[in-house]
Design a protein. Sequence first.
Length: 91
Amino acid sequence: MKNCTIYKVSELIGKKWTLCILHELCKGNLTDKRFNELKKQLGSVTPKVLSLRLKEMEQEKLITKTVDSSSFPIKSEYSLTESGKELVEVV
C-alpha cells in the first residue's frame, strides 16, 4: 500500500505546512520564490521545518529548486513543477 500514489500524496500533503507552502508557491503569477520570501509569508514556520518540507516536495517532483551561484550570496529559488500545479488544482 505504501507504493500507492494516493497514499504517498496524502502522506505528504498531510504534513504540517506542506499545503501552505504549495499555496504560497502558486500565489500571484507563479514566479519563483526564495526561501526567505516563503519564510516571511508563512510566519511561524521554523527554518528547519520549511527546509525539510521543501526537500520532501522536491524529491516528489512537486517543486524545483534553482540555484544561482553567479553572485554572492548564492540564491536558491523554488517553483512548482507541472505535477505540483496539477496537485494544487486538485486540492
